[in-house]
Design a protein around this ligand. Structure first.
Ligand SMILES: [Zn+2]
Length: 302
């Protein structure tokens, strides 16, 4: 998970500003039920394409762009279809609050632009986030409001925007990558397993199941192909297929590949940044020869 920096909460896609949208919100409020939303509004192509573009840090999606899950950073064309996900669950909050009270969900936020993210089914599904939305103190959970002004039919977002004090004061334990940098809350080991730092990081990793095996394997694969090449270079040098300068060129090519992993358009960018910041433990420690040459090559290209 890395910060999604492009979304402007005030630049609302047109489908979410239609009178029909407000009528949907109004109906959810009257029924106190976020299940009743017509999905055609938040699943409108304009809305979805905006969210997809932001996932690769662009304003608009171009051909060839590969959208990522906001949470696990997987490309979705090999995970399944990206889903529009409600950061604050619209229909129900699972794991009833500490005080034992069930929560009806944030039904008034079902079509709120700042509440919509993009997620793969593995992060968003019932086995992961589902309707979970824990807070530091569940007594801080905000009360329902009615943002619909009628007549004329309009939508007062004052208390609905995700970075407004009312909602921030809830202190969610799930990281919202749109308004906060996940970096201080997440770390890895040298094999690509992810760990939360502090209660918020740990809860986020747990809710989204960011430690799941396919993600771990995908992160490992990203690094292993480079380590294999580095080992090949070592063997080539050892049997004199290449000389010292050949080894240097080969190492520098592989070190450049490591640096190029840090690209917001790539999968698992946070993991890539960890590798670069921890080159010694992630890469150097995994080879058995020419460690000094490799360190030097990394310094040269860095
Ligand atoms: Zn995901």
């Amino acid at each position: 998970m890395i910060q999604i920096s492009r979304k402007n909460y005030d630049d609302i896609p047109e489908p979410l500003t239609r009178p029909g949208t407000f009528r949907q919100i109004e109906r959810a409020i009257v029924n106190m039920d976020g299940e009743k939303y017509n999905t055609t509004y938040y699943k409108d192509e304009i809305v979805v394409n905006k969210l997809k573009a932001f996932s690769v840090h662009k304003d608009d999606l171009n051909e060839g762009d590969r959208p990522k899950c906001y949470y696990c950073e997987s490309y979705v064309d090999h995970v399944a279809v990206l889903q529009v996900e409600h950061f604050r669950p619209k229909a129900k909050v699972d794991n009833i609050d500490n005080n034992g009270l069930p929560h009806s969900g944030y039904y008034w936020l079902g079509l709120e632009w700042s509440n919509l993210l993009l997620s793969c089914p593995n992060c968003n599904g019932k086995k992961a986030k589902g309707n979970r939305f824990p807070l530091v103190d569940s007594n801080n959970r905000t009360s329902a409001i009615n943002p619909i002004r009628n007549p004329p039919l309009s939508y007062d977002r004052t208390y609905c925007i995700a970075n407004q004090p009312t909602l921030l004061n809830e202190e969610p334990l799930l990281i919202n990558p749109e308004y906060e940098d996940p970096t201080p809350h997440l770390t890895f080991d040298e094999f690509g397993q992810i760990y939360g730092i502090g209660e918020k990081g740990e809860t986020t990793v747990d809710i989204l199941k960011l430690y799941r095996d396919p993600l771990l394997a995908a992160r490992q694969a990203k690094l292993n192909s480079i380590i294999e090449e580095i080992n090949l270079a070592c063997v080539a040098r050892q049997i004199n297929r290449i000389d010292d300068s050949g080894l240097k060129v080969w190492f520098e090519k592989e070190c450049t590949k490591v640096l190029e992993l840090d690209n917001v358009k790539n999968e698992y960018c946070l993991w890539s940044r960890y590798i670069i910041a921890n080159f010694e433990s992630c890469v150097v420690s995994k080879i058995h020869m020419y460690k000094d040459e490799l360190r030097l090559a990394f310094l040269q290209v860095g």
